[in-house]
Every structure is written in C-alpha cells, then in structure tokens.
Design a protein. Structure first.
Length: 157
C-alpha cells in the first residue's frame, strides 16, 4: 500500500481503552484530529517531515488526545496517548479505577497507525521526565507478575 488509509480500516480503531491503574486524572486532552494511517515508506515521508513541527508544538502534538493518571499526588504518572477524538471520558480531577473506560483507541498525535501508547514517568514535566518500570499483574494465573508477549491480548480486572 503506497497511500494513506482511513484509521477506521484498522481493527483497534474505536476500541474501548480502560484505565491501566487507579488514581487521579491530572491531564485529559480531547479534540485533536485522528489522521490518516501510513504503512508504506512512501506514505511516511510527509509524516517524517512533520516531526520537527510536532516537537515544537509540544505534548498535544506528540501525545494527541490523552489522559494522565497520577497514582499518588507526587507520582508516578501513567500517560495513555493517541486516543480517538471525542472519546476521552476522564476529566481532570476525577478519580478513575483500574478497568474504567477512559476513551477509545485512536490515531491522534505522533502516530502512524491506530494504537495506544502507555508509559509511566516520575513527572509530568515531559522534557525531563524519567521512565518508570511497568509491572503487569495476572491474578488468574496463580498471582504474580508477567510480561505480555507481542500480540497477546489481556484485560484489566
């Protein structure tokens, strides 16, 4: 495929996104456009040329529609990015519980195809924030932690 594709053509687009952790919403952005998806090297050229502009424009241009959850008042912070325009249901100041719907999978921000980006950081001062490890719990398999394999689907409980 040499052209762009509508994000609606991707199986994950519009799928519900659940809060991966409980905490207080400290940022919620909605209204950024979902853009066309790009899979080929040719279709990626205009996208690549837009990277410097996105960095200059800041977090909205990079994360697109997103939610940030503070696990404690001083962090760590969980960023869930690239949500679908018009789908963000979490509001700043609200408390969300793990498994609660916070939006839908989209293709907003710095994204070539519909997907959800999740990261944990020690700060919301993004240029200097440091990544923190993510631990997955799998209580249905004798408790303990595990790392999902590529393509493995799982649900929050």
């Amino acid at each position: 495929m040499l052209a762009t594709e509508p994000p609606e053509d991707f199986v994950g687009y519009g799928a519900p996104i659940l809060a991966p952790a409980s905490g207080t919403v400290v940022a919620a952005v909605d209204g950024e456009l979902d853009h066309e998806a790009r899979r080929s090297q040719v279709a990626l050229i205009p996208y690549a040329l837009s990277q410097a502009r996105r960095v200059r424009e800041g977090v909205r241009a990079i994360a697109g529609n997103h939610v940030v959850i503070a696990l404690e008042p001083a962090g760590p912070f969980v960023l869930i990015a690239h949500l679908q325009r018009g789908s963000v249901s979490a509001a700043v100041g609200s408390v969300v519980m793990v498994g609660e719907n916070i939006g839908s999978c989209g293709n907003s921000g710095n994204s070539t195809q519909p997907h959800v980006h999740v990261q944990v950081t020690d700060s919301t001062t993004w240029p200097t924030a440091r990544g923190r490890p993510i631990v997955f719990e799998r209580p249905q398999v004798n408790g303990g932690n595990w790392l999902p394999r590529n393509g493995e689907a799982f649900t929050a409980s």
